[in-house]
Design a protein around this ligand. Structure first.
Ligand code: SF4
Ligand code: SF4
Length: 446
């Protein structure tokens, strides 16, 4: 059991609720402390500290919620180190909904931290980069234009070899390290693309923000694969960031505002599904109803609006396997391995569908990856906010990938792609990281 870090009794306040007060208390009681989740927890695997395990963190959150333990810096540290990868949820035989505990708890932690700092607001990185840049694809594209030019002129490598990048603040240095080779965006996707062949469905495509700026070709491949499978594809131009960046860093109200805008923009009743190709965003979109319940428990209009949106969200692999994919005609000879993104495998329980799609591709050999569903350390903005643990997990993932002898890695999440590709590059390994729809589109002859 946890050593409970600092069993310091909290100072009771009559005005502010304790952190965790918004959580349905029964969710804490679901945990019977069996410890079967610990071996699935990446941070526990790395530190061996019970306070960095799911069981330990549930214990800490419950003790703080009960008022038996103060939310000290040490307690916060153990909770901040959690990747919110939800691996513990799939390992837990008692059905503990760990995400429903840590996510609202973090919203409370942020509220309390802000109150302590005299409502000073977020730091420069959160304000200008995390909340001010990442959620806005157009701003992000402008911000990335100099980086793309530097890559094109090979000045990025020169700057690195001269040590000039060390002059950047650490978080910007890490962002630079994560940058993929930025391709030209090509032609922008229109608002509507018609089905090819017999029409089988009408879907809307969620294009995302960071993923769209870094990997626009994945959205193009997704739209094309959907068209080739007989889908009319609607791409609402007024869609916004899913809000995961905000929600997972404790900015609940901002996340809710984005959720409401997406629910209004997409008109879920007019489509058979809302398709997403990024695991982290997909998990957030599917969770909109829960977010509304936590933050607006009395507002039934908001809850219903977000619930009807969330009910239509499907990962592209999940949707295609349900629809029945048209078999691709071209071979794609490649020895590859598949990494299970946490927010696909654990949060959405989608493991077989991407593998099922890839099995349709002639010539593709999929070799098993050890610890394929252990987090690579990306976890949204975690690799920027918690660099040490992110690097340890990135190295662990890279060693497992190298052991497979694969020539490529396939995964369905932009954050994992950035993290794994950066780690492979850092070690001089020329192993591309691909999205399943890129492989499928190629096998369709695109
Ligand atoms: S979260 Fe589940 S697996 Fe982990 S200790 Fe609690 S009951 Fe056991
Ligand atoms: S969400 Fe991931 S990192 Fe956090 S406690 Fe669960 S398994 Fe560990």
């Amino acid at each position: 059991m946890p050593t409970a870090t600092d069993e310091t009794p909290p100072t009771k306040s009559t005005s502010a609720p304790l952190p965790g007060a918004s959580i349905d208390y029964d969710k804490f009681l679901d945990c019977v402390h069996c410890g079967l989740c610990t071996a699935a927890c990446p941070t526990y695997l790395e530190t061996g500290n019970e306070n960095d395990s799911p069981r330990g963190r549930i214990y800490l959150m419950r003790a703080v919620t009960d008022g038996r333990l103060a939310l000290t810096d040490t307690v916060s540290r153990h909770l901040d180190l959690c990747l919110d990868c939800r691996s513990c949820e799939t390992a837990c035989p008692s059905g503990v909904q760990y995400g429903r505990l840590i996510e609202p708890f973090r919203v409370d932690m942020r509220r309390i931290a802000q109150a302590k700092s005299g409502n000073a607001g977020p730091g420069w990185f959160e304000k200008w980069i995390l909340y001010g840049l990442f959620p806005y694809p157009r701003r992000l594209r402008w911000a990335l234009a100099p980086a793309r030019l530097m890559q094109w002129l090979r000045l990025d490598r020169l700057a690195e070899s001269l040590g000039l990048l060390n002059l950047l603040p650490e978080k910007l240095r890490r962002m630079q390290r994560l940058l993929p080779r930025l391709r030209s965006r090509g032609v922008e996707l229109p608002d509507f693309l018609p089905a090819i062949g017999e029409k089988r469905a009408r879907v809307a495509l969620f294009t995302g923000c960071v993923a769209d700026a870094m990997f626009p070709h994945v959205n193009r491949a997704t739209a094309r694969v959907l068209q080739l499978n007989g889908c009319d594809v609607v791409i609402p131009p007024a869609q916004v960031c899913c809000g995961a960046i905000h929600y997972h860093s404790g900015a609940g109200e901002e996340a809710l505002a984005l959720a409401r805008q997406n629910a209004t923009t997409f008109d879920p009743a007019s489509v058979d599904a809302i398709i997403i190709n990024v695991a982290g965003c997909g998990s957030m979109l599917k969770d909109y109803a829960h977010v509304a319940e936590e933050l607006r428990p009395q507002d039934h209009t908001v809850n219903e609006q977000l619930a009807s949106f969330a009910a239509k969200v499907q990962d592209v692999a999940e949707f295609l396997m349900k629809l029945g994919p048209r078999p691709p005609k071209h071979a794609y000879p490649l020895k590859a391995t598949y990494h299970d993104a946490c927010h696909l495998a654990h949060a959405q329980r989608i493991r077989e569908q991407p593998r099922g799609l890839l099995q349709l591709v002639q010539g593709l050999e999929l070799v098993p990856l050890a610890e394929s569903d252990i987090c690579c350390g990306a976890a949204g903005s975690y690799n920027l906010m918690e660099p040490e643990m992110a690097d340890r997990l990135g190295e662990r993932k890279r060693r497992n990938i190298e052991a497979t002898g694969a020539d490529a890695v396939i995964c369905g999440n932009a954050g994992c792609t950035l993290q794994i590709a950066a780690e492979l590059r850092r070690q001089g390994r020329d192993i591309p990281v691909l999205h399943p729809v890129e492989v499928l589109a190629a096998a369709y002859g695109e």
